[in-house]
Design a protein around this ligand. Structure first.
Ligand SMILES: N[C@@H](CCC(=O)N[C@@H](CS)C(=O)NCC(=O)O)C(=O)O
Length: 216
């Protein structure tokens, strides 16, 4: 099999997939950069692969799939030595799926909404309504954290996907640890993981630099 990941390191969902690839020790993934700032994703060749023109996109030989959560669980189901990141027990899996749908529908959209007008437009500040949505995502996440990890006592793919997103929104609206102590602790726990240091931090730094240069 030949695995190709179309990616942009600054992108949170790309970083989530790269952390999963590292967590399951998947060797020999070919990486292809898609520069959104230069409009690579809107070119005919890329639209043919993914009509929704998002990154990340995965090609496994001629099977093509996108959305980071789907790519992450596909790679675990298909190639991981064990299912610890995405256990097959239906209730555990449902809890993980809920967190990932929450990431997709609540945590990630305000990041796009906040940075779009800054990175692709001329805005020099974030809209207050968007910051409110990010804060609301923090409030929910704080409530979900009843154990060490987002879906209980063990690290799962939900933590990986959500930390890629929340570490990014933290650059837009820093997490107030007096309001969200469990969230701040979880962030710290995640940031100590090797996969986070190697696969999330570098792209997060790129994101942060782009943002700072646009806000300046
Ligand atoms: N839910 C998707 C979101 C993907 C997404 O929106 N990626 C952004 C970059 S962070 C993108 O590709 N934007 C370009 C576009 O939508 O045209 C996922 O998890 O993969």
């Amino acid at each position: 099999m030949v695995l190709t990941l179309y990616k942009l390191d600054a992108s949170p969902p790309v970083r989530a997939v790269k952390m999963v690839i590292a967590a399951i020790n998947l060797p020999d993934v070919e990486y292809v950069d898609v520069n959104l700032l230069q409009g690579d994703h809107l070119k005919e060749d890329y639209i043919k692969i993914n009509p929704q023109h998002t990154v990340p996109t995965l090609a496994d030989d001629d099977f093509v799939i996108w959305d980071s959560h789907v790519i992450a669980t596909y790679l675990i189901n298909m190639y991981a030595d064990n299912d610890s990141l995405y256990p097959s027990d239906p209730k555990t899996r449902a809890l993980i799926d809920q967190r990932m749908h929450f990431d997709c529908s609540i945590l990630f959209p305000p990041i796009r909404e906040a940075v779009g007008p800054v990175i692709f437009g001329n805005d020099k500040a974030f809209q207050p309504e968007v910051l409110h949505k990010i804060q609301s995502g923090y409030e929910f996440t704080e409530k979900f954290l009843t154990g060490e990890w987002l879906a209980g006592d063990d690290l799962s793919v939900a933590d990986i996907c959500c930390v890629a997103t929340i570490s990014t929104s933290n650059e837009i609206l820093p997490i107030d640890e007096t309001l969200f102590p469990k969230l701040a602790e979880w962030m710290k726990r995640c940031s100590e993981l090797e996969i986070y240091k190697n696969e999330n931090e570098p792209g997060l730094n790129i994101f942060s630099q782009i943002l700072k240069s646009k806000l300046a």
